[in-house]
Design a protein. Structure first.
Length: 450
């Protein structure tokens, strides 16, 4: 068989992804189309399948690494096959894709999650004024442990001092000086200083029993709780969402219009469905009405391409869904042709698949317009960012009973605010306003849909 290289582009539509798990290990055989590894994108975790049958000869990029979709991350071939040329190419690609340190600084290495087996730290003599390279997490831990890291030699490949080095130094310090490790841990958790505790152990070391006795005495009642920080890696879905949102803002002329809508008739309509045993949501009605309005205002449903403005004679409605650590937009295809009941069923299925990470690529691609509803989070109104390559997005706030004037009288009505963000390169202000007017009119007269 011909040697096959493994690239994420076989399963990704994004520019890059984060390797989460290799399902096949080096030296194991794999069949074509068999799941090979899992990669996280800004949308979801997906499985990359094997491009051929053979032996996984080499894995060139490991778990946790962010890789471009065109980069070699593994090689499948015959045992003992010479793949040195491919490995050299993979190494060159990896070198080019790795971010260079900014302004001449050394790149901070990733911290190890556990330091339970930390060995005694190596010492290093530094010259006066010599710069010390230490990760933020390690520096914070050094402050918590009250240890001096200036004489510690960093154990990372780049020579940086990492958390493991600080923990090892703190452990050595505890063993050599005033407390047992258990006592020190308990003191940190309770937010007390060991200097205030009288040690009864060997050579005056503070023991667990000493800390417990100190706590029981009530002397620690006014002690401040421990203050810590945590560094969350900016990677995977969170990083790609950030890049796409910045790209959207920087490459399109985004403006917004707002309009208030009386939702009295929509509320009555939902009650009618409820009495009939049908649970139709506010979002279902919005999708139906907005889809109809988009068919009447095709420029709001258009996309800007290099060749020109691409209009669509159909509506593929994106529904923004919050998931763990991010946001995903599954798409209800041909929403303009669906009934309220069909929209309800399609929406429920997509939301469930999104929250259980079971969306297929077809489920979140091809959108022509997006609705983002934060009303359930008690948000009055907000401005959404356009989801490229679409040209507009509708932000939906909560429905709230509000005093309004009707025929010169103040009455209470359930009011909702809609905010349309649109790309001024494609849509002018007046057409955008007319679209919102049409949506408002249909929401205030939803029986026109029946």
């Amino acid at each position: 068989m011909a040697t096959k290289v493994i690239m994420p582009k076989q399963g990704l539509q994004m520019k890059k992804g984060t390797i989460r798990q290799w399902l096949i290990q080096e030296g194991e055989t794999v069949n074509a189309e068999e799941p090979l590894l899992e990669i996280e994108t800004d949308k979801l975790n997906i499985e990359i399948t094997a491009p051929a049958t053979g032996t996984l000869l080499k894995i060139t990029r490991g778990v946790g690494e962010v890789v471009p979709i065109t980069e070699i991350i593994g090689v499948i071939g015959e045992p003992e096959e010479d793949i040195s040329a491919l490995l050299a190419e993979a190494a060159e690609q990896a070198s080019k894709s790795t971010s260079e340190p900014k302004k001449g600084k050394k790149e901070a290495p990733k911290e190890e999650k556990s330091a339970e087996s930390a060995a005694a730290p190596a010492e290093k003599k530094r010259q006066p004024g010599e710069k010390i390279f230490i990760t933020p997490r390690a520096k914070t831990r050094a402050q918590e442990e009250e240890v001096d890291y200036e004489t510690v030699a960093g154990s990372s490949p780049q020579g940086w001092i990492i958390e493991k080095d600080i923990l090892a130094l703190a452990e050595t310090s505890r063993q050599d000086h005033r407390s047992t490790p258990v006592a020190a841990k308990m003191a940190r958790e309770k937010g007390i200083s060991l200097a205030a505790v009288t040690g009864t152990g060997e050579n005056g070391r503070v023991t667990k029993e000493d800390v417990e006795k100190y706590l029981a005495s009530g002397q620690a009642a006014g002690a401040k709780p421990s203050r810590t920080t945590e560094l969350i890696p900016f990677e995977g879905m969170r990083q790609v969402i950030a890049e796409r949102m910045m790209e959207s803002l920087q490459t399109s002329a985004q403006l917004s219009h707002r309009i208030k809508v009386d939702m009295s008739e929509v509320t009555r309509l939902r009650e009618m469905f409820k009495e009939d045993g049908q649970k139709i949501s506010m979002n279902d009605i919005l999708v139906k009405i907005v889809s109809k309005a988009l068919m009447e205002h095709p420029m709001v449903n258009a996309s800007l391409t290099e060749e020109g403005i691409l209009t669509h004679n159909f509506v593929n409605m994106g529904i923004a869904v919050a998931v763990e650590n991010g946001l995903i937009v599954p798409v209800i295809k041909d929403a303009d042709l669906l009934s309220l009941q069909e929209i309800n069923a399609a929406g429920k299925e997509l939301v469930e698949k999104a929250k259980t990470n079971n969306l297929d690529s077809e489920d979140y691609t091809g959108g022509t317009f997006t609705i983002s509803n934060l009303g359930m989070f008690d948000i009055d109104d907000f401005t959404a960012i356009i989801n490229p390559p679409e040209s507009a997005i509708l932000a939906v706030g909560k429905t709230e009973k509000t005093p309004v004037v009707r025929e010169d009288e103040i009455v209470i009505r359930p009011m909702m605010t809609l905010s349309l963000t649109y790309d001024h390169r494609v849509i002018d202000g007046a057409p955008a306003a007319q679209f919102l007017q049409r949506v408002k009119k249909m929401l205030q007269n939803p029986y026109l849909l029946l």
